[in-house]
Ligand binder design. Sequence first.
Ligand code: LLP
Length: 463
Amino acid sequence: MSRSAHPAGPRHADVLPEGHYSAPAADLNVLDEKVWSRTVTRDADGALTVGGIAVARLAEEFGTPAYFLDESDFRARCRAWADAFGPDADVFYAGKAFLSRAIVRWLKEEGLNLDVCSGGELTTALDAGMPAERIAFHGNNKTVAEIERAVEAGVGRIVLDSFQEIVRVAHIAQRHGVRQRVQIRVTVGVEAHTHEFIATAHEDQKFGIALADGQAAEAVRRALSLDGLELIGVHSHIGSQIFDMAGFEVSARRVVQLLAEIRDEHGVELPEIDLGGGLGIAYTSDDDPREPHEIAKALSDIVTRECEAAKLRTPRISVEPGRAIVGPTAFTLYEVGTIKPLEGLRTYVSVDGGMSDNIRTALYDAEYSVALVSRTSDAEPMLVRVVGKHCESGDIVVKDAFLPADLAPGDLIAVPATGAYCRSMASNYNHALRPPVVAVRDGEARVIVRRETEEDLLRLDVG
Ligand code: LLP
């Protein structure tokens, strides 16, 4: 990622410290639409609005920190993915990115399917009325109880992740007198990163069954031999926050090769392949994600080409985007507390949340952007690090960014693109109360996941 060295302008330093930051935008008041959800704009007073509601009103009504989710953007993204892949493919939203009952209902209404990876996600999906046949159940260590529940509910597919699980699911299905539709998750030996892909030592990770050494072929042999299983296809998920399609192409090619081998050995053409999720989104202005239709075209071209070469019927493709659907649709709103200028370094801006509502910066060194949203400002840009209120120096929300130098306690700032893996990975560290998720649409805002309360904390603590 290109990073300029020392942009000019901050108040607290003649020479800026080394860091991962781009030059400040020419005008800090301008919101880069790449990183903000679709209905976000500034009103005549300069305040950010989402779904037609100004942040000051949202903060007053729902408090801070809070996640605000742009419902019409979420729905539009669902439709864009469904339209891009068309009727001959299936889009499964990856619930791990963020799941709630409202989300499940929107997915259902917009025609998407759902990938769950735990009993809790399955319960949420079923409770909110997602038809079981539209649910895929994932996980490298599903418990017997979880498998029982999935089989009883009649989920559309269970993605098998190990040799032991092949037998486990087959037995449970047989006990229930059903043939469970399953896919086998294979590890294709490709690990995709943001701008590159590298071949990995595939055996050195916990997911899937390796294509190499004939392990996946052996898994297929076993699955085909068991009465409780209906093997419908092969699954591959290569990583996350990927912009480069090359990794997906290698993955698709290898999966199709496996289908050809299966046809040659067993005389069976498996009808489906799933290429997983992992498509990247824009967290900062430097990121350039692909549009769903480009992704759909690239994947379907490669699968069609490879199938033609192998004289296979083209299988039905499915994908599992999580971040690419929900990530860009929400921002986290914080109130600025302490501001601490460190001469010659940077200014530390403390907010009322932190690593408990966004662990991604601490965990993955993730990059985010930030903006002053309760007002505009003509002050010069200052280099800031936005930090939380937790007792940990790694409690960083935005590592390096620019905010106006007249920033003051009480201002509202917002971090965009926090819809994925922020609320879903939120914690109670320091007994923080996990923030609410508020859906905003057409001038109306409603809580879809409420803020945790101190009573919630005490209720779990049984003394
Ligand atoms: N399908 C499977 C089998 C997966 O394991 C995942 C993500 C997805 C789909 C969805 O991937 P997405 O499109 O959302 O990238 N906590 C990390 C991401 C972990 C992803 C785990 N699996 C983060 O915050 O970046």
